[in-house]
Design a protein. Structure first.
Length: 416
């Protein structure tokens, strides 16, 4: 390994668990900060600081055990960690680079600043936002405010239903989102949430959803995993098909956007970018400053996984361009389809897991989470594809998806 053979990770879920697997293969000590004694990464960590991921003193203890610290997710207490960075604790990505990425509002502001294509948006608080009155106009403004309170909400100019509302931070896998189809939906949302903590976006018409995982090392070199197609079920990633048969121009556009973001932020580490692709071309949907569900296929399908890239960046190694070691891959998320809260994780869905393992060219990853709620990510299976022709490979992927679905059905629809 390079400069740092001992790495810390804040978080102990499935992403940290897969990072820990990669660390073991590479002979790297991975120290974990996570609250649960039975969280997935605990069993593989060289040591564990058992504490909430936002416990700054626990992170200081983690720092004493390793050379550099990375993060499993973007729910980072930047203000709390700033004194540790001032004391010399090495965070990668660094806190300044993370700053614009830890909430959706600052992400949108960043993309606008860089003139990168993304959905039009506005802060929810902008609905019916009054102009600042002068001192002589306060009484008149109060009367206007009372009148406005009795009127339906007024969208900013240029926006029309349907719209997509999102919590600026904390939302994931469809949580913290709401589709707005009418004034009534908007009024209901305004009653339920703090408008200052939500944004509203245009409802984008798209044909496909794409994604890429990019990485930038400490020397400034940028590499990308292949562009993939993702498919959602009830706003949770259902499957990922790699590689997407993109034109050279599209691939170059993706790489240029990734390099622009990583370099401008002086970002070191792995960054995941989700795209809408349709009549208006590529449009950035969301950014994730970490490894990502859309990159899990790389564990078996590439000569370097997204977790290898993360370790290389944090450890001070130069990164090389990853390459596929198979013609393609299909990754399918295993979402809980029954409530099994009392089950031993090792026994959950035993028959289904065994059947998946028996499929040709299939690689099962079971996260070992306690409990199985409907729609919860419990694991994933990656099936390597053998067809070289792009059209034949896509047909093969859909046939293999049918095989997986016969064993592991999608969860039932849940009431919103």
């Amino acid at each position: 390994m390079g400069a740092a053979s001992s790495v810390g990770i804040v978080g102990g879920g499935q992403l940290a668990w897969m990072l820990a697997e990669a660390a073991r293969r590479r002979g790297v000590e991975l120290h974990v900060q996570t609250p649960g004694a039975h969280d997935p990464a605990v069993a593989l960590g060289a040591s564990v600081v058992q504490a909430d991921v936002r416990d700054v003193q626990a992170t200081r203890e983690l720092a004493s055990r390793c050379s550099a610290i990375s993060f499993e997710n973007e729910w980072v207490d930047l203000e709390g960690l700033a004194p540790l960075a001032s004391d010399g604790v090495c965070f990668l990505p660094n806190l300044d680079a993370l700053g614009p990425l830890v909430c959706k509002r600052s992400q949108r502001e960043l993309l606008n600043r860089f003139n990168l294509p993304s959905p039009a948006w506005f802060p929810l608080q902008q609905v019916n936002e009054p102009e600042d009155p002068s001192a002589d106009e306060h009484d008149q403004a109060d009367e206007q405010e009372q009148a406005k309170a009795e009127e339906p909400p007024l969208l900013p100019q240029g926006f029309a239903y349907p719209l997509m509302a999102k919590a600026a931070s904390g939302g994931y896998d469809g949580k913290g989102t709401a589709v707005l189809r009418s004034d009534a939906d908007l009024e209901d949302l305004l009653q339920r949430v703090d408008p200052q903590t939500w944004i509203v976006e245009e409802f984008v018409s798209f044909e496909l959803e794409l994604a890429v995982v990019a990485a930038r090392d400490q020397s400034g070199d940028v590499v990308c995993l292949p562009v993939v197609q993702t498919h959602q079920h009830q706003q949770v990633c259902d499957w990922v098909f790699a590689p997407f048969e993109a034109s050279h121009a599209l691939q170059q556009s993706v790489r240029n956007m990734a390099a622009s973001l990583l370099t401008s932020l002086n970002y070191v580490g792995v960054l995941s970018i989700e795209f809408f692709y349709g009549p208006r071309g590529l449009m950035i949907n969301e950014l994730a400053p970490r490894t990502h569900n859309s990159g899990h296929y790389s564990i078996e399908a590439c000569d370097q996984s997204q977790f290898d890239l993360q370790l290389s960046c944090v450890a001070g190694e130069r990164v090389a361009e990853p390459a596929l070691v198979a013609p393609g891959a299909l990754m399918v998320n295993l979402l809980g389809f029954e409530e099994r809260n009392g089950d031993d994780p090792a026994a959950q869905y035993h028959d289904q897991r065994q059947a998946l393992t028996n499929l040709a060219d299939a690689h099962l990853h079971w996260y070992g989470k306690a409990g199985s709620s409907v729609g919860r990510k419990l694991g994933h299976v990656t099936v390597l594809l053998r067809q070289s022709d792009p059209e034949a490979r896509r047909q093969e992927a859909m046939q293999r998806l049918d095989q997986v679905r016969q064993i592991w059905p999608l969860p039932p629809a849940q009431a919103v």
